[in-house]
Design a binder for this molecule. Structure first.
Ligand code: PEP
Length: 258
């Protein structure tokens, strides 16, 4: 398997934006914008806030768009005020969950170990996972990007079976590029995505590594998507800001058809 046989995945991360009514409106906008375009070259996902999930699941019903939550707790149930379990997400019709986003690591104390616990809980409940990894600016400047990303990947995938890997997408998101307007160059993004694929080959095997979808995220937009997505080891994008504008998101989806 190689880039030509891996299906691209374009996923929007809406972060803390949109009420349920606004989520429905944006999904309807996206559907209308892509209606007359070729889209079967990629899977399309929208990652919405918890309170928007039910509305989003309803709004995507007659389309190819899938819905992701932006986090999940590792416990099945219990005294975890404010948290949401994997079973709850499944019950509202969610298919994917984003885990380990750098904003969760940066502002909410997420660690590689809790990321691993969340990945396990999500998979056990039958959810598919978008697992985020990426280095800080200082780590890049120190020249330790690949070590950091390898460690994040290895710990997050600890005790995850080869079978379960079929349900995991990895999103390489350099933290310095998220929401900053700074984008990794296609060469920088490609280098790290290729390194992640090598880590997966070492953890599992080459066949599984070649079959794994690895996205790039970090200020991907309508203008730079085509070049990033043309790289050999970049199989899609996790898109924040630009996913909130239907025409821009649609342009990125179009760029993934090549
Ligand atoms: C993200 O939130 O995962 C992201 C990549 O954001 P942005 O595209 O806005 O940098």
């Amino acid at each position: 398997m190689n880039k030509a046989t891996r299906k691209a995945v374009i996923a929007g991360n809406w972060k803390m934006n949109k009420t349920p009514a606004e989520a429905t409106a944006l999904i309807n906008d996206i559907k209308a914008t892509i209606a007359d375009k070729k889209t079967d070259g990629c899977d399309i996902i929208v990652g919405v806030p918890f309170v928007d999930l039910a509305a989003a699941v309803e709004a995507v019903k007659d389309s190819a768009i899938k819905v992701a939550a932006q986090n999940v707790h590792w416990a099945e149930k219990g005294a975890f005020t404010g948290e949401i379990s994997a079973e709850m997400l499944k019950a509202v019709g969610v298919e994917y969950v984003i885990i380990g986003h750098s904003e969760r690591r940066q502002y909410f104390g997420e660690t590689n170990e809790t990321v691993n616990q969340r990945v396990k809980a999500a998979l056990a409940a039958g959810l598919k996972v978008i697992l985020c990894v990426g280095e800080l600016k200082d780590e890049r400047l120190l020249g330790i990007t690949e070590e950091i990303v390898a460690m994040q990947t290895k710990v997050a995938l600890n005790e995850i079976s080869a079978e379960d890997m079929k349900n995991i997408i990895i999103a390489y998101e350099p933290v310095w590029a998220i929401g900053t307007g700074l984008t990794a160059t296609p060469a920088q993004a490609e280098e790290v995505c290729a390194a992640i694929r090598k880590v997966i080959a070492a953890l599992y095997d080459c066949t599984l590594a070649e079959a794994t979808t690895i996205q790039y995220g970090g200020s991907m937009n309508a203008g730079n998507a085509a070049e990033l997505l043309s790289m050999k080891n970049i199989d899609g994008g996790l898109i924040g800001g630009a996913s909130l504008k239907a025409p821009d998101f649609a342009t990125i989806i179009e760029a993934a058809q090549a």
